[in-house]
Write a protein that binds this ligand. Structure first.
Ligand SMILES: NC(=O)c1ccc[n+]([C@@H]2O[C@H](COP(=O)([O-])OP(=O)(O)OC[C@H]3O[C@@H](n4cnc5c(N)ncnc54)[C@H](OP(=O)(O)O)[C@@H]3O)[C@@H](O)[C@H]2O)c1
Length: 301
């Protein structure tokens, strides 16, 4: 089938596009960057702009499913202006697509949107699955709520909607894993805060596998895209140390230091979400990397 991907040029989109092409699908993708346009028969780029609300309608030709991966990175400094960019890149982009689908003839029947596990409250003790009807209170939680509300609007057009609540994606290059591993490499890595906070993570191969599983099985609603076993911050630091052959010698970095250094963004490393992939397990998704140790060994070797 023909699949339209937004954010196809990013970390997940690049590998996912290659995998879907390998499976015989044709990819159309929307990019804001003219230099990223490609015109291969099974990988065609089209321009859009969130600033002037423009979109090349040819991107929708013969498209059956849309995968929405656009999102300004949360790793940059959270100024008030940049926080707006984080929100708008996710929400305005969906509205732009919704507005076009309302008025042009199309064959889209499935809209699969990225979402985030930071919608769940921060808790060391609680576990969250797709039935957990609770929401966090911080900035990221508010972004994810608005993102999912915008995605749900597409359902009013008679299109099936899936929201992929994604944990932190670990990959060989350019992911959070490298940021966590860097100080460990130079013997200055240590657990953050209490070290007890849970990190719900997923290997890049698996997040791509999850998207294809959702398309193949036409799964709708909320899907938690996380490995079955989250890891806490202290365990992860030690596992990375072992994989790199570096001892963890420094004491934990106190919470107040992280807050002073990172401000509101400290929530990225201090919040705790133990998330369970109940729907993936119920629908028979087979994790290539269910265990953190194997994932870290694969990615840092
Ligand atoms: N990676 C993770 O750990 C993780 C975890 C949870 C959720 N997610 C979500 O999954 C999605 C994909 O993640 P990813 O890591 O693959 O993303 P990514 O590599 O950071 O980038 C995705 C794409 O978004 C587009 N983009 C970035 N800023 C934009 C802006 N201000 N306006 C319009 N487009 C913009 C870019 O496409 P063009 O340059 O081609 O326009 C970029 O290639 C994101 O929505 C992300 O929030 C990711």
């Amino acid at each position: 089938m023909t699949i339209l991907i937004t954010g196809a040029t990013g970390l997940i989109g690049t590998q996912l596009s290659a995998e879907l092409i390998r499976q015989g699908h044709t990819i159309h993708y929307l990019t804001t960057n003219v230099d990223k346009l490609s015109h291969e028969p099974n990988y065609k780029g089209f321009l859009w702009s969130l600033i002037d609300s423009s979109i090349d309608d040819r991107c929708f030709e013969d498209v059956n499913a849309i995968i929405h991966l656009v999102g300004a990175t949360v790793a940059k400094s959270w100024t008030e202006q940049y926080k707006q960019t984080i929100l708008e890149s996710r929400v305005t982009s969906i509205r732009l697509i919704t507005d076009r689908l309302k008025i042009i003839p199309h064959s889209v029947n499935h809209f699969v949107s990225a979402s985030g596990v930071s919608i769940y409250p921060s808790s060391i003790d609680d576990r969250f699955n797709e039935s957990s009807d609770v929401q966090g209170t911080g900035f990221l939680a508010s972004v994810v709520v608005a993102w999912e509300v915008a995605a749900d609007q597409i359902a009013t057009l008679g299109i099936s909607v899936t929201k992929v609540r994604t944990g932190v994606v670990f990959s060989k290059k350019g992911s959070a894993l490298q940021k966590i591993a860097l100080p460990v490499k130079y013997y200055v890595g240590s657990p953050l805060g209490s070290g007890k906070q849970w990190l719900s993570w997923i290997h890049l191969d698996d997040i791509c596998g999850v998207y294809t599983h959702i398309l193949d099985n036409k799964i709708a609603g909320i899907v938690n895209a996380v490995a079955p076993k989250p890891v806490n911050n202290a365990q992860l630091t030690n596992i990375i140390g072992e994989a790199l052959g570096k001892a963890i010698i420094l004491p934990n970095v106190p919470r107040f230091v992280l807050k002073a250094l990172l401000g509101e963004r400290a929530s990225l490393v201090l919040d705790s979400q133990y998330v369970e992939p109940q729907k993936l397990e119920q629908t028979g998704y087979y994790f290539k990397y269910p265990e953190i140790q194997e994932a870290v060994n694969d990615l840092l070797s």
